[in-house]
Design a protein around this ligand. Structure first.
Ligand code: DAK
Length: 260
């Protein structure tokens, strides 16, 4: 598989995945989705990667959506396959045992907003814009937007964004909890890397368990979710990181985690 639609750089345990179709505002076509899928399958087991940052090439767009030119003439069957592929990719991102930060550097529309929603944390540049404009095209969000947006920002706000197709700026995205923070564009990647480094300094096993507990727990009722949390909490006590973390606290020294 070629990697021309995606640029992948790995440094200091951080993988930076850059959507690289700037002439089409980094729109997601089938090949790009397949490349994203391959990338996330490999990150899951790559010991050189502990946090992944997803961003877009250029200063205008994170991802302006699914590729409208490629979608326009799809048959119903092909459209269903395309939507399924998108769902699969978002699932690989969500299920990745390593945290994924979206560094949203411009338009995050349609499938682009859905890609950001599939990530664990969203940092937006001041010029970022979010929206689910699919109704303008006579369709509905097809990569999980109707579900994840409502889960993240609540039913009423998701209804408004999806039914009007309106775009919101980064301040509004921050206000409603769609963006975790907003920074000037030139600080975006550094901010994401700094956050990634903070996460990497913790025990990788515990970080992965915490992600899993939050993600899967949200799909359960509270009693089952708490039970699930207790199981994962117990599992942490099989690790040397738990022993090291607690001993280091008692010794009043920084912990040296190994991710084991
Ligand atoms: N797809 C393909 N090309 C795109 C694109 C997109 N989503 N967005 C922009 N481009 C291309 C433009 O066509 C243009 O190409 P050239 O004419 O230069 O060849 C180039 O990027 C620059 O765009 P503009 O000239 O329009 O630039 P502006 O700065 O004036 O405007 C914009 C930027 C992002 C506001 C505007 O381009 C725009 O509104 N783009 C479309 C945004 C949008 O509607 N996104 C949602 C896409 S629909 C499903 C599966 C998936 C989905 C739904 C259903 N199932 C199978 C059921 C998902 C749907 C979507 O994501």
């Amino acid at each position: 598989m070629t990697d021309k639609n995606l640029l992948i750089e790995i440094e200091d345990k951080i993988a930076i995945v850059t959507l690289n179709r700037p002439k089409a505002m980094n729109a997601l076509n089938e090949i790009t989705l397949l490349e994203l899928q391959d990338a996330f399958i490999s990150f899951a087991t790559n010991n050189e990667v502990e946090v992944i940052i997803v961003t877009g090439n250029g200063e205008k767009a994170f991802v302006a959506g699914a590729d409208i030119a490629a979608m326009q003439s799809l048959t119903a069957l092909k459209a269903r396959q395309f939507a399924k592929l998108g769902h699969q990719v978002m699932r690989h991102i969500e299920a990745c045992p390593k945290p994924v930060i979206a560094a949203v550097n411009g338009f995050a529309l349609g499938g682009g907003c859905e890609l950001a929603l599939g990530c664990d944390i969203r940092i937006a540049s001041e010029n970022a814009c979010f929206g689910q404009p699919e109704v303008n095209l006579g369709v509905i969000p097809g990569f999980g937007g109707t579900q994840r947006l409502a889960r993240l920002i609540g039913k009423g706000r998701a209804m408004e964004l999806i039914l009007t197709g309106n775009m919101i700026d980064s301040d509004e995205a921050y206000r409603i909890g769609l963006a975790n923070k907003v920074v000037p564009l030139e600080q975006l990647l550094d901010t994401a890397k700094k956050m990634a480094s903070v996460i990497i300094s913790k025990g990788a096993y515990a970080v992965g368990m915490a992600k899993e507990a939050i993600r899967n727990g949200l799909e359960l009722d509270l009693d089952r979710a708490n039970q699930y949390e207790a199981e994962l909490f117990g599992l942490c006590f099989t690790t040397s990181d738990q022993k090291e973390g607690m001993q280091a606290f008692l010794d009043k020294r920084p912990a040296k985690f190994t991710g084991k």
